[in-house]
Design a protein around this ligand. Structure first.
Ligand SMILES: [Zn+2]
Length: 211
């Protein structure tokens, strides 16, 4: 399996494309604006079909490429229902956008739950609910890959903003301590913006939430 890190969109949101050429399948984590143009050549080159799109949370910078990806690939979308309004009626976020970006809805096929486990690309993944940056932020953790895709809950030496609607610093701090810092220290944390880190590094050095 190969991981492609693809920052895209107006505020460089990380999309993560997992390709497994032996199975001819791929999974995309998050879908910033314009991501289809980035992943199409990779899928063609690796002869992989995108079967699933996992959305860490409903903020526009993570979702505005989703509708195009679904139209082009018929990928099944997994997301948490607490952000349903953001996915299905994204215009509620227009007040936070300075520009005139047209927001396009995405309709998840499967609402994930805390603790849910499933198989994809031959690996096991576990969903953990990490609200606080927004109500529906989830992470997708794979013990096989020793990796967690955490959205905007935790960053390298930082944490997600909590000043958007539905945000809560207390909730985010609890999510990080209870759902991320309880993962094995060597787990690589792939955040929604910026460079990756590890659980152990953040427990020791994160200036906002100590381990
Ligand atoms: Zn966000």
């Amino acid at each position: 399996m190969k991981l492609h890190v693809l920052p895209a969109g107006p505020i460089q949101t990380n999309a993560y494309l997992l390709t497994e050429p032996q199975r001819g399948e791929a999974v995309l984590v998050d879908a910033p604006e314009g991501i289809w143009a980035e992943i199409e050549p990779i899928l063609a080159r690796t002869k992989c079909q995108l079967t699933e799109l996992w959305l860490t949370h409903g903020h526009w910078d993570h979702t505005q490429g989703a509708a195009e990806v679904v139209r082009e690939t018929k990928a099944k979308v997994r997301a948490h229902e607490a952000d349903r309004a953001l996915y299905e009626t994204p215009q509620v976020m227009s007040a936070f956008l300075a520009g005139k970006m047209k927001l396009e809805p995405v309709f998840p096929d499967h609402w994930v739950r805390q603790g849910e486990k499933f198989k994809a690309l031959g690996a096991t993944f576990e969903v953990r609910h990490v609200p606080g940056h927004c109500p529906g932020n989830v992470l997708f953790y794979s013990p096989n890959l020793r990796a967690a895709f955490v959205g905007d809950a935790l960053f390298n030496r930082s944490i997600g903003r909590t000043d958007f609607p539905g945000g809560s610093l207390e909730m985010l701090t609890a999510s990080i301590r209870e759902q991320i810092y309880t993962l094995p220290d060597e787990t690589v944390v792939y955040p929604g913006h910026g460079s990756d880190t590890t659980v152990g590094d953040e427990k020791r050095h994160n200036p906002y939430v100590s381990g």
